[in-house]
Design a protein around this ligand. Structure first.
Ligand SMILES: Cc1ncc(COP(=O)(O)O)c(C=O)c1O
Length: 415
């Protein structure tokens, strides 16, 4: 190229999406040999055992019952007032933390993470997450002139690696005055790992200690995109209690998404929720995030927000959607547990799967392993640290036998 058409900061940015690449390969194979003969483990959405996209019936009903005004008119920039109240209840359940809490509507969980990084980290600074992470975190950081650093998520005996997190937090805080830490839990993408409530309590205690007498500030972002498929509803929400009574220099943010919990992936609705012990910080959160929304997408999907409101203000619908989610949670869980059982039987090493859409298998050359799996018509996503298998999207009968085939592919590639 003789001359770049774009500004300097934009040169060379191209989101090389491994997920998209793997999904395109699966689609091409399906066209050739028939969808029933391939295993497409690349899709991040729930498919039922007939491999049909699941739309929760209650969401379908509520969404299709809105008035024209609710689909077509502008919503307030911060979000519909009822949505902003109800989304907090939906997120926290019976474990609402003590403190000032406000929410802002965002374009999915992605929008929430975008706003968290933009408004809580400084340009040029480093944001921290675990070594197994959802790829777009890095895209957000780079696009906003931030760097992304990682720590080893698990110890050798597969416990949450608080020492590794502590070391990185301490190191980064010698170089910058504030730090954003993103933890995706429960039912982490790409591994299905979940931190216990005690793990989160230990993280917060460590952050308090790391900032106790240096005047520094840490924002803890809990990305809970998969919380509705992570276990018993109130049990998995107990982690939020740990956000109670935070000191002023530890800011709690929760990135909430309607993509999975309401199967409204394409309707682009979510929320960023702030928990703080300070009324002024709470108002500051609302002000700056409304401003950033104005400067990015203005207002978000009116109908999607109203769908949450319609469901959560109708006791029967509220009950129904919980039953529907519990059903699909069990379906995905049984697929994941089957994979884990077979992995154990054939000696395939995997990251401990607790719940959720994905399973990860550590390996050295994930691209070569995924290419090898194409010979068996299995399509999975190659990540830096291993292979991701979307158990949310493959029928139970196709999960059967997969672990052994992955083991064979790894053995063939790494021999
Ligand atoms: C870890 C993680 N966080 C957040 C999201 C947010 O998704 P969305 O922007 O579709 O709500 C996703 C979706 O794939 C995810 O995997």
């Amino acid at each position: 190229m003789t001359m770049h058409s774009v500004a300097n900061h934009a040169i060379g940015k191209a989101a090389k999406d491994n997920i998209f690449g793997a999904s395109a390969a699966a689609k091409a194979a399906a066209a050739k040999v028939g969808a029933e003969n391939i295993v497409n483990a690349t899709i991040g959405a729930i498919l039922d055992d007939n491999e049909k996209l699941v739309i929760l019936p209650t969401v379908d009903k509520a969404f299709r019952s809105l008035t024209d005004d609710m689909y077509f008119s502008y919503a307030p920039i911060s979000g519909l007032p009822d949505f902003l109240k109800l989304v907090q209840d939906d997120c926290f359940g019976e474990s609402r933390p003590k403190g000032y809490i406000k929410a802002v509507a965002t374009a999915g969980g992605s929008g929430a993470i975008h706003h968290a990084i933009w408004n809580y980290s400084e340009p040029g600074d480093t944001v921290l997450t675990s070594d197994w992470y959802w790829g777009p975190y890095k895209v957000f950081c780079r696009d906003m002139n931030r760097k992304l650093a990682t720590y080893k998520m698990l110890t050798d005996d597969n416990k949450y690696n608080l020492p590794a997190l502590t070391e990185k937090v301490t190191e980064i805080l010698t170089k910058q005055n504030s730090l954003v830490v993103i933890i995706n839990t429960p039912a982490h993408n790409p591994t299905g790992y979940s931190l216990t409530s005690e793990d989160i309590a230990n993280v917060i205690a460590m952050l308090k200690k790391a900032t106790a007498d240096n005047g520094k500030k840490v924002t803890l972002v809990l990305d809970v995109a998969y919380i509705d498929y992570a276990g018993e509803r109130e049990e998995v929400r107990k982690v939020f209690k740990n956000l109670s009574d935070l000191p002023e220099n530890i800011i709690g943010l929760v990135a909430y998404s309607l993509s999975k919990g309401y199967t409204m992936y394409g309707q682009r609705c979510g929320a960023l929720i702030n928990v703080t012990a300070s009324e002024e910080q709470s108002q500051e959160f609302a002000d700056v995030n409304q401003y950033t929304s104005r400067a990015t997408w203005s207002n978000i999907n009116h109908g999607a927000m109203q769908t949450l409101v319609s469901i959560l203000t109708d006791p029967a619908m509220k009950e129904d959607i919980r039953k529907e989610r519990a059903h699909y949670y069990s379906l995905i869980q049984s697929r994941g547990d089957l994979f884990a059982k077979e992995a154990k039987e054939c000696g395939l090493k995997m990251v401990p799967y607790i719940a959720g859409f994905f399973i990860s298998i550590p390996c050295k050359d994930s691209k070569a392993v995924c290419d090898k799996l194409h010979e068996d018509n299995i399509f999975a996503v190659p990540l830096a640290a291993g292979v991701r298998v979307a158990v949310c999207a493959i029928s139970t009968k196709k999960v059967k036998g997969m672990a052994a085939k992955i083991k064979a592919a790894i053995d063939a590639v790494e021999k």
